[in-house]
Design a protein around this ligand. Structure first.
Ligand SMILES: NC(=O)C1=CN([C@@H]2O[C@H](COP(=O)(O)OP(=O)(O)OC[C@H]3O[C@@H](n4cnc5c(N)ncnc54)[C@H](OP(=O)(O)O)[C@@H]3O)[C@@H](O)[C@H]2O)C=CC1
Ligand SMILES: CC(=O)N[C@@H](CCC(=O)OP(=O)(O)O)C(=O)O
Length: 308
């Protein structure tokens, strides 16, 4: 028996990647609207009512409109936008952190933001275990490939190849901060400093920790061990190899990947640490995560179609 999956926004960056991962799978029938009907509300409503699952790869307002169009249907929705990430009634689509059962049973999934995926993967298990305090003002520094900004930012970076670094969210309050705070159970919103680099895809998310000033924090070794155990059964999240030569490189030529690699680095005396997550913004940061959730919701093998 096959399932019907409607991708709303299939012509966009995330939508195309999801279609790629689902194409050719015998158990999935893809429903994608032609170019002249893809923004037509009536055609989209019909598609929602015909599908078993829908993945929204749209700007936030269009995603809210899509949910309204789907009303009264049996369709189960995965929303890749920011619109529902802390909304009541929506399950956060990070099975390793919220529990696979939650995702398997969900009617409405909100796919995590790309940066948030790295931050939450590092911080949420450690706060939950009492190895990091919940009431600390965390900082998160991150860089993303330009595909993270969708078609508009891709065009800009391809047109202006002289940009070496683009800092943004300079007034703080980036749209991922609410989910970072809520999903980690933090008392204080983290200071989040994202930037874009001239690579098409790829992402590094870092949380620096002044451990000697943080009451109740565990040792770096305890953090590493806890994270390794926490993700031990995950086919997607892994502890990364410690680099032998003392440096980490993100290569522009890195193959697309749905993996998420975590690192714990520390000063020799353990007084400071750097938690680092490396992922593909279009992989576990977007399309890979959506496909993983879809697999779980549909009772299919968790990693089918993923690049691991
Ligand atoms: N890129 C990434 O790494 C990540 C993206 N996301 C999120 O996924 C969502 C999609 O992002 P992304 O793919 O990057 O964006 P893109 O701009 O590349 O694609 C968005 C697509 O939605 C289409 N669209 C806009 N309005 C409507 C509408 N009313 N009805 C139907 N289609 C519409 C656009 O049409 P048109 O082609 O005509 O512009 C475009 O094809 C966003 O919410 C984004 O924040 C989440 C995590 C990571
Ligand atoms: C480089 C870049 O611009 N990235 C996007 C986030 C990409 C992402 O995770 O998107 P959503 O949260 O919108 O789903 C941004 O910072 O707005």
């Amino acid at each position: 028996m096959s399932i019907t999956v409607f991708i709303d926004g299939a012509a966009g960056t995330t939508g195309l990647e999801i279609a790629e991962r689902l194409a050719g799978r015998a158990e999935i029938e893809l429903l994608i609207l032609d170019d002249d009907r893809r923004k037509d509300a009536g055609a989209r409503r019909d598609a929602f009512h015909a599908a078993d699952f829908a993945v929204l790869c749209l700007p936030d307002d269009a995603a809210r409109e899509a949910v309204a169009l789907a009303e009264g249907s049996k369709v189960r929705i995965i929303d890749a936008s920011t619109a529902h990430r802390v909304a009541p009634g929506w399950v956060y689509g990070f099975p390793e952190v919220v529990g696979h059962d939650m995702v398997t049973r969900a009617q409405r999934i909100s796919n995590p933001g790309c940066y948030s995926t790295g931050f939450i993967a590092l911080v949420a298990p450690l706060v939950r275990a009492g190895l990091l305090p919940a009431d600390w003002p965390y900082t998160c520094n991150a860089v993303s490939g330009y595909s993270g900004g969708g078609k508009g930012l891709i065009e800009r970076f391809e047109d202006d190849t002289d940009i070496a670094w683009r800092g943004y969210a300079l007034q703080l309050g980036h749209k991922h901060v609410p989910e970072m705070q809520t999903r980690c159970g933090l008392a204080i919103a983290p200071v989040f400093t994202p930037a874009v680099i001239p690579a098409h895809r790829g992402m590094v998310v870092e949380v620096p920790l002044p451990l000697s000033a943080m009451d109740g924090a565990g040792t770096p070794a305890a953090m590493h061990e806890w994270l390794a155990n926490f993700y031990a059964s995950s086919p997607v999240v892994h502890m990364g190899e410690a680099p032998a030569d003392g440096e980490m490189l993100l290569r522009k030529s890195r193959e697309p990947s749905d993996r998420l690699d975590l690192h714990v680095f520390a000063s020799p005396d353990g007084s400071q640490a750097r938690l680092i997550a490396v992922l593909d913004n279009l992989g576990k940061g977007a399309s890979g995560a959506a496909v993983q959730s879809l697999n779980l919701m549909a009772g299919l093998p968790e990693t089918a179609g993923l690049r691991l």
